[in-house]
Design a protein around this ligand. Sequence first.
Ligand code: PLP
Length: 426
Amino acid sequence: MKFTKSFDAPNPIPAKGISNAVSLMKNGMLYRYGHIDSDINFDGDNSPHANESEVSKLELAFSDYTGHKYVIAVNSCGSAMFIALKAMGVQPNDKVFTNAFTFTAVPSSIVHANAIPVYVECNDQYVIDIEHFEEQIKQNPDVKYFILSHMRGHVAELDKIQALCDRHEIRLIEDCAHGLGKRWNPDDSDHDNFVGHHCEIACYSAQSHKMLNSGEGGFIATNDEQLAAYCILAAGSYEELYKKHLSRPMDDSLFENIKFEVPNFSLRMNNLTAAILRPQIDLIDERIASYKEKHDRLITILSDIDCINIPEPVDAAEHVGDSLQFNLVDFDRPHVDDFVKRCAGKGVKIQIFGTDDNARDFRNWKYSFDEIPDLNNTADIISCACDLRLPMTFTMDDIELLGAIIKEVIDEMINQEPSLLRVSSK
Ligand SMILES: *Cc1c(COP(=O)(O)O)cnc(C)c1O
């Protein structure tokens, strides 16, 4: 058996996104605050905002989807988190809590704001360990900010975290780079409970490996009018350009009162990016359904294999993602490496987070500490967690093949070394 598809295939750009982008390139109006000629009307767009910029219209569509009052499009999720910290008033050398298990862009955004990350351990569900969070709060009573990362779509005990943050006056930002369209309490049919609503500011990514693909791109989403005004100005809106935003607080004084106090960091999104993204908003639910079907099927297949353990999500979190993480129970490092190598030989690309070169291993974030922090649980978890990307291009047949190959590899290993099975107590 051999798998031949790429594990890095991004989501293609829908035809409407391509035609929007081509129209824009023909007229050159790529700057979000550029003059919009009323003659230019993309594909017979008759909406009330037809002549507004693509970025402004995208912000409105995004806020319609997530349910946040205000949305600001920027050039990346890393930039979104940086601006969010500045908007909350983070000062040089302030400390900011964040996950020990996440992507390097998260602590980097904290360092970008001249602040210092304080890491919270992850548990075997790949999310923030609440007890360790409480311990860190006790040991670091001066920390007033928290970027909570829904790494690989694993959502922590949001209600508990929010309650702890409220009690200790810690301001919460959610890193929703992998959280777009993901529901909290999905069985509660009364309303759409998306993640990204337990915090003051939620940040999203449109980098190619995420649900929305524009190569690069990010969003800041908030219900707070003052934070929204700050973020609009900081992203790169000067003079009276804030008036061109469709998804903004309409009270101009919020902007006029602070506009000379807020630096312009030039982190805007451009219209070409927005043109590519806007038609993808309508596809989010479809994409999630497709990911979910494949994700669920692969979990069913892998759950039957000895030595493989797939952690359950926390109660209220939806189990769906464009990737799957699983553990090889009791495998030591050489065996994990052997497994990865054998899978690679059959065309199945699996990565281990805890490796020398991996940007998701906290020990590699040397820019953020003098000494590697003691985070033994996280170190243990990332040393054996296998990460499997499941791009949209995979079919259900591909999922069956993937599962069969992984089973074949485990069987081979157990045949050669039966004691592997004995140590693995599933
Ligand atoms: C990709 C990613 C980011 C950063 O997104 P960019 O848009 O590339 O800056 C942040 N957090 C997580 C968990 C990510 O996977």
